[in-house]
Design a protein around this ligand. Structure first.
Ligand code: FMN
Length: 234
């Protein structure tokens, strides 16, 4: 049970949603020091915000779960949960079970809110225009945007899988601002040259390209371009 008397019987790192709303493992709030001990070499924060494309965040977590030495830290915004449920029919508990550690988006005191908690960086997938605007303007009003702000200030890798179409000038300007600060804006645009035959193919190609940006070997998610066949090139 949670040591803060919320009655949360967590056996894996997870959030208490009944009372204290902080990151837990074995019924106790996880301190940054404990998270340090848990750490394998490569911690990556995964933010899921309320843009369309929740499958990208979900499949990213699934891919990371299968990789040795990679530790995922999940933060889902309220709208992110809404879109994930609308698009995938997934429950919060099912989504959270895919991550190694789950942080409540309202827990602004979580480990990932500080630069002293070392991570490789963060992916926001999908990234809504609202979250993009927050990140681009340093407006850290929840843990997801604070964690992204920290990643930028520490000069770590921040990948924003920004999804909207068409784009207005504010969206474009915010993408420019984020890029100028060092973020990588990576809209989830399908690669038709790989001849995808399913939505899963399209999603996994994006997931693989995200992992490429962290130089994480992931096997077969991306169908790699190896040049035009000789017949076409003529
Ligand atoms: C089903 C659904 C799909 C949405 N798709 C997008 C989208 O593709 N891009 C976007 O910027 N906002 C989209 N929104 C709106 C965002 O969820 C909304 O702006 C929200 O405030 C974003 O909050 P967050 O960035 O804190 O998650 C969508 C909303 C819903 C309900």
């Amino acid at each position: 049970m949670c040591s803060r008397a919320c009655g949360f019987p967590a056996s894996q790192p997870s959030i208490c949603r009944r009372w204290c709303r902080s990151t837990h493992r074995n019924g106790k709030r996880i301190s940054a020091k404990e998270l340090d001990v848990m750490a394998s070499q490569r911690r990556i924060i995964v933010g899921i915000s309320g843009a369309s494309g929740a499958a990208i965040g979900v499949n990213l977590l699934k891919a990371m779960r299968g990789l040795d030495g990679v530790e995922s830290h999940l933060i889902v915004s309220a709208s992110g949960m809404l879109t994930a449920t609308q698009e995938l029919g997934i429950k919060r508990s099912e989504l959270e079970a895919l991550a190694d550690v789950v942080h409540n988006v309202r827990d602004i005191g979580a480990a990932v809110a500080s630069g002293s908690f070392v991570t490789e960086g963060m992916v926001v997938a999908p990234c809504s225009m609202k979250t993009l605007a927050s990140v681009a303007n340093g407006f850290s009003d929840n843990l997801l945007t604070r964690a992204a702000d920290v990643v930028l200030k520490e000069r770590r890798r921040l990948v924003l899988v920004a999804r909207e179409t068409p784009l207005n000038l504010a969206h474009l300007r915010n993408m420019l601002h984020a890029t100028e600060m060092g973020a990588i804006v990576m809209p989830p645009v399908p690669a038709f040259y790989s001849h995808p035959t399913s939505i899963e193919d399209v999603v996994n190609h994006t997931v693989g390209r995200i992992l490429d940006l962290f130089q994480i070997e992931h096997g077969t998610l991306v169908s790699r371009w190896s040049g035009l066949a000789h017949d076409f090139a003529r």
